[in-house]
Design a protein around this ligand. Structure first.
Ligand SMILES: Cc1ncc(COP(=O)(O)O)c(C=O)c1O
Length: 405
């Protein structure tokens, strides 16, 4: 088939593909445990549902401004004041079809073909593909000290005259690690000095554990929003369990947001009016669902860590937030794709290969499901890998017998 050169370089989203695989297997009645998921299981806040239902009920669902409806912008302004300590204007805000579109449109607004975008590895699977879609060059940077904490020096060493953007995601998908305030300070300062755009992907910033507080990049620049190089991205998907609603946003300099609005206007127009109203409902509603989600995830994280720490040969960095951990299984299998396939085939446990995030030998394991899924999932993985495990395993009524060594 004749497709474009760029299209030929784009990989299927591994996480979306695995969701489909899990759904197909479940439909066939297979006892799947999905440790590869990227979304909390709870219900969307009631205020989100009623706000969208009210508009739907009116039957008048129209186009919206390309950068979002005024009430949503107002809610985002309030959010920015509360969590970032900055009072921004409506012209500093754009609502998009998920944080994903906000990031993509921001890149479209600033990146020229051949220019480079630096981001720490392991990274979210979509970063390199988004950059490639725009004809740019992704530059993942794996911390040299073997941790998941990038240092400014790691990044500085990779900066060239083609570097246009640095993207930071903290707490991080897939490691769950939250970067230090010192690092955020350094990177903000570095980007301001060097005139490099800094995209802060803060999609998990309210899902942080152990009483820690999210870091606001705006607290680390003395510049005002319009003269800074900061683009702060967020959304309702993760914190309100509203992944299917597809509403995210970006806050940045007015001049940039205007360009993003024009691009988005030709690309998709404004996001669905119904879903924008749902986001208004969530942002203005009672916030206790975010707290209870965070507490549930923190408890799940603790259970996942206990189980993994009791797993000989597996090394894992304790996540500070998100609902992922990134465990090193290289003592058992260095090829993470092979390992992930083996676990799916033998015990129907879905995991995401570390290769997809730029680091082989690891698996991303999610703890956004139930405690039962976490404990049983890890038990099944252990049964496959641990040579000392008993020869048989029961999954419900089904008896599995180990036929490999
Ligand atoms: C790091 C990161 N950024 C952005 C997104 C996209 O979020 P949204 O659902 O708002 O598009 C995700 C989703 O998995 C993510 O993990």
């Amino acid at each position: 088939m004749s497709i474009s050169q760029i299209a030929r370089t784009i990989r299927t989203s591994a996480t979306l593909r695995l969701n489909e695989t899990a759904a197909v297997l479940r439909q066939k009645g297979e006892p799947v445990i999905h440790l590869g998921g990227g979304e909390p299981k709870g219900r969307a806040p009631i205020e989100a549902v009623t706000a969208a239902a009210a508009l739907l009920d009116s039957g008048e669902v129209r186009y919206t401004p390309a950068d979002g409806i005024v009430p949503l912008k107002q809610a985002i302004i309030r959010y920015t004041e509360e969590f970032y300590g900055r009072l921004v204007a409506p012209e500093n805000v754009i609502a998009s079809g998920g944080a994903k579109q906000a990031i993509y449109v921001a890149l479209q607004a600033v990146l020229n073909p051949q220019e480079e975008v630096i981001f720490p590895a392991p990274y979210w699977v979509s970063y390199p593909e988004m950059v490639k879609l725009l004809g740019g060059v992704p530059v993942p940077v794996l911390p040299e000290d073997g941790t998941f904490h990038p240092r400014l020096k790691d990044i500085e060493d990779r900066v060239t005259s083609y570097t246009r953007v640095i993207m930071i995601n903290s707490p991080n998908n897939p490691t769950g690690v939250m970067y230090s305030e010192e690092f955020i300070h350094e990177i903000v300062d570095f980007c301001e000095r060097r005139g490099i755009w800094l995209i802060m992907d803060d999609i998990y910033h309210r899902l942080i554990f152990d009483g820690r507080r999210p870091v606001s990049a705006y607290a680390h620049t003395s510049k005002d929003v319009d003269s800074s190089r900061l683009i702060v991205v967020n959304g309702v998907s993760k914190q309100y369990a509203m992944t299917g609603f597809r509403i995210g946003w970006a806050v940045g300099p007015k001049e940039l947001i205007r360009v993003m609005r024009d691009i988005q206007g030709h690309q998709t127009s404004g996001p669905s009016a119904l879903l924008q109203w749902a986001a208004v409902g969530a942002l203005k509603g009672i916030q206790s669902s975010v707290d209870s989600l965070r507490l549930t995830l923190e408890n799940n994280r603790n259970v996942m860590m206990d189980r993994l720490n009791a797993f000989d040969g597996v090394h894992v960095t304790r996540p500070d937030g998100t609902f992922y951990c990134f465990a090193d299984f290289s003592n058992y299998e260095k090829d993470s794709e092979k390992l992930s396939e083996l676990l799916l085939e033998k015990v129907r446990v879905v995991t995401v290969p570390g290769k997809e995030f730029g680091l082989d030998g690891h698996l991303r394991l999610s703890y956004c499901g139930s405690i039962k899924e976490i404990t049983e999932g890890i038990e099944r993985i252990k049964w496959v890998l641990d040579p000392n495990a008993p020869n048989e395993l029961y999954i419900g009524e089904r008896k599995l017998v180990r036929d490999w060594t």
